[in-house]
Design a protein around this ligand. Sequence first.
Ligand code: GCB
Length: 618
Amino acid sequence: MKFTFLFVFLLFGINIYATDFKTSKPKDIALAPIQNNVRNVLDLSGMWKFKKDSANIGEQQAYYNGLTNCRTISVPGSWNAQFDDMRDYLDWVWYETDTYIPSSWKDQNIFIRVNDATYSAKIWINGKPVGYHEGCHVPFAFDIANVIKWDQSNKIVIKVENQLSPSRVPTGNVKGGSLASNPAANYDFFPYSGLNRSVVLYSLPKTYIQDITVKPNYEGTTGLLDVIVETKGKATKATVTISGQGKEITVPVKIQNNKGIAKVKIPNVRLWCPEDPYLYMLSVSLGEKSNPKDIYSLKTGVRTVSTNAKQILLNGKPVYLKGFGRHEDFPVLGRSSSNSLIVKDFELMKWTGANSFRTAHYPYDEENYNLADREGFMIIGETPGVGLYFSGDSAELKARQTIMKQYIEEMYLRDKNHPSVIMWCVANEPNDKVALGQMSASSKEDKAKAEAEFEKLFTQIRSLDDTRLIMYVGVMMGPINWFKLTDVIAINRYWGWYTSPGSIEQGANTLSKELDRLYRKFKKPCMVTEFGADTYAGFNAVTPEMFTEEYQKEFIKAYLDVADSKDFVTGMHVWNFADFKTSQSMIRFGGYNLKGVFTRDRRPKMAAHYLRSVWKGQ
Ligand code: GCB
């Protein structure tokens, strides 16, 4: 009897929990909040209240009604970087801020958008449960109209934690790897936690444009855009307007079942490319153009991306990717956003002559993509799928696959209209072994299963996007056959660093032979997405020696020379743009990966000058 009661209570309790905290709908992040006549944005960046909850008692003690005995934190910001006593802390914390909402927002849809809560977040507004989201470096949004108070301040409380687990992506606390690190992340960057990006409130009209997808193409000199408009609420028509080159083209769209497509033709189209990153303004108005229910505008470019057997083609012409794998990482900021840092990094990349970068190992703050569109940088947009493996415990694998599918959808929805994004990278160094550093191969059966699971992610992204190239990045000694799935063979290689240490010549030889083998087998363009050497700035030697600036320069030179000797190599990305923080481990001096060609505070090492001489001829 007692047990039945307990069972019913638990079931009921779980039910309430599940329904009170909605999970976010990826479609709600498709369009970044903007300010115009009919839409509003309220940025909540600033000083928030903050409280650690190591015993996880906050919900029981109703912290969501207001935090007491708390400290102050900057949002955006990573708590590990702001508080020295919380550097390695990854468990529960609470954030709180208060805000008025303008009364002019009454009778509108009102949403909260969190641009990154690493790793999971639960939101309450005015003590009422709003929503729950898992996953890092991708935004999520919730409709909050029913919990808002007018003419008084609203209390927004967010509980976050960043526990490392084999059921999460990126993975952590995976048993069986040979390299221990603290915190036990199974990836080589620090698990910076918390509200790393801004939190905003925004209003949308009752009937609104929920998503716009631009699929660019051209024939001869005519640009051909498919503009897919998706709406919420009752609407039967919309207008798509493209402006650019002093002209305006307007196409009416019939909306049926909340969806419509405009086929736009742009005569004498000006194509987007790094040398001339021309952007058109695309504007969609819903309803009558003279009195629209909603308006959304975004900048976009017209370009195509394809391959032949040896090269990546942008607008049908070969393009060579010169650039870097980067990280969002800086002293004090941790992994949090700073527009000054984004501008600085772009300026330095331009100074080296780079034309591209990969968002290793997660989608970056959206301003990176806006700036890349404007400055003509080509982006390989990567999911947070790092440390991915497709074997071991099946419940954990299922959880990883679920979050990966969510990441792919969220990344695609957020970034799909940027002409700068030319490729999607499904994962960095996915493996069929249980953990990075574990050398024993899994059984043949396990390998086949792993490949089938990995292929599902490729199928998903290909079904979403047929306007970009799809690839993943292969690890040293990883499964070769998986390259059959990709458009471009991308490899991370450290021959002459992690193997044959101290011998650049041997390393370059191994690379050369391997590239030839890969090309012979797959006949696809190849690129090296990572290569580099840890380098302590100011450490020098007459004869290059590991960790000196000379060794890094010679290492990079040798790899670039190998690439130059092969016409099927379509790009070289140095690892890394700048030194970055990692967990502590035997191979990370001071808890840093020092493979940057710039220091963590953005001073050039010898290799940066060398790259400038090669890529810019200066
Ligand atoms: C890799 C990883 C990257 C590491 C790098 C290194 O292959 O993709 O996350 O930081 O090697 O320096 O070891």
